[in-house]
Design a protein around this ligand. Structure first.
Ligand SMILES: *Cc1c(COP(=O)(O)O)cnc(C)c1O
Length: 395
């Protein structure tokens, strides 16, 4: 076997193509500023939307829980790994999302796996937005679903066309037991646009299908107190499966599924991502309970996040930049050219500002961009500094 030689060559090829990922190492806490290589950088590309990752109260909750209960749970949930903290977190998340029940796993990626694989099999049908997250695509593969219909990004005319094809498959199947599930991201992470969930739900009702939304970038961001996309549109009870992450705005790690009681009960019985892998550790779980409590108690941080978002977006537009179709704190600055986007990000970094360049294959060729994500931690001064530097480097 010359696997290692082959990988050696393939790695060199990645470097030649300029797509080798040089991973940055953070030496500070997560915040509006990050230390990298001993130097402080303004962080304008973080999912720590509400600053919870290093919040004092959340750190304290994790510390207290470690004192009392230690660190690990050393067993899967269905054996001896369910701690009362897990149950408390699930209850609080269900209440926060205004859902009947919630199931927590160790990541949004795993939550998508569980949500889809447990419910769908080879003979079921998926109807999926073309820009859905990689974890949804992987989960659909894992489910073994043969019939997948991909609709053009947020295009409701195309969604209806694909639904008609899906219904044909169901009609051709025995007893009509085939499940059809429409799956969409809530907030799309490259453009910052929001799925047209009311229209999707209306089509699902018309064609009698299930709806699942992955609200990773909407949790803690959209809706009242950051309850997410379903709350944003007032669609409680109309979306069958809601998947969320605890690794972004919630500031810790983990993923969860919310929905009707029987659905979540079924996941507790059958989801392989729940049955065959350990749950969140004690400090993670305690930290998340504090995070949910904080969001329930106050919408102040969510308010500041949105003020910062509107200010930055308006100023970028005033300066003549195209911010695409964003409706959220994910703000693209469309530059088009791949090399230009990369060079601007490098220049900004040299000036002490972290902004990601998003290029092919993450977005289609010629659609290269910077991607900014303000948070509630940024002061007016921080944002002004970032804005000035972007204007100077990109113009
Ligand atoms: C980040 C993200 C995930 C993965 O969440 P993790 O908790 O990091 O595993 C899943 N779906 C979407 C849409 C995401 O943006």
């Amino acid at each position: 076997m010359n696997l290692i030689q082959e990988l050696h060559d393939a790695l060199a090829e990645l470097e030649t193509q300029g797509v080798y990922k040089h991973i940055r190492v953070i030496e500070s806490a997560q915040g509006a500023y990050l230390t990298i290589g001993g130097k402080s950088y303004l962080n304008l590309s973080s999912n720590n939307y509400l600053g919870l990752a290093s919040d004092t109260r959340i750190k304290k909750a994790a510390q207290d829980a470690i004192e009392k209960f230690g660190v690990g749970t050393t067993s899967v949930r269905a054996l001896l790994g369910t701690h009362s903290l897990h149950v408390e977190l699930e209850k609080k998340l269900a209440k926060f999302k205004k859902a009947e029940d919630a199931l927590v796993v160790t990541g949004g990626y795993l939550a998508n796996m569980a949500a889809i694989q447990t419910i769908l099999g080879a003979d079921d049908v998926v109807v999926s937005d073309e820009l859905n997250h990689a974890s949804i695509i992987d989960a659909v593969k894992l489910s073994g679903v043969k019939n997948k219909f991909i609709y053009k990004h947020t295009d409701m005319v195309d969604l209806e066309m694909q639904l008609k094809l899906a219904v044909e498959v169901r009609q051709a199947s025995e007893e009509g037991k085939t499940r059809i599930m429409i799956i969409t991201d809530g907030v799309f992470s490259m453009d910052g646009d929001i799925a047209p969930l009311p229209e999707i739900v209306a089509l699902a009702e018309k064609y009698d299908t299930l709806v699942m939304v992955d609200d990773a970038h909407g949790e803690g961001v959209l809706g009242d107190h950051g309850r997410g996309i379903v709350d944003h549109f007032g669609l409680h009870g109309h979306v069958d499966i809601e998947v969320g992450t605890l690794s972004k705005a919630f500031g810790v790690m983990g993923g969860f599924i919310t929905g009707k009681a029987e659905l979540i009960q079924w996941y507790r019985q059958k989801a392989r991502q729940f049955l065959f892998t350990n749950a969140l550790s004690i400090p993670d779980t305690a930290a998340l309970i504090a995070a949910v409590d904080m969001l329930e108690e106050s919408d102040k941080a969510v308010g500041i996040l949105w003020e910062n978002t509107h200010w930055l977006k308006n100023e970028l537009q005033k300066a003549g930049f195209d911010t695409g179709k964003t409706e959220t704190p994910i703000i693209p600055v469309m530059l088009g050219d791949e090399v230009l986007a990369k060079n601007v990000a490098i220049k900004l970094f040299e000036q002490g500002i972290i902004v990601s360049a998003i290029t092919f294959p993450m977005v289609s060729k010629g659609k290269a961009r910077l991607r900014l994500q303000p948070s509630s931690l940024h002061t007016q001064e921080d944002l002004q500094k970032g804005l000035d530097a972007i204007i100077q480097c990109a113009k």
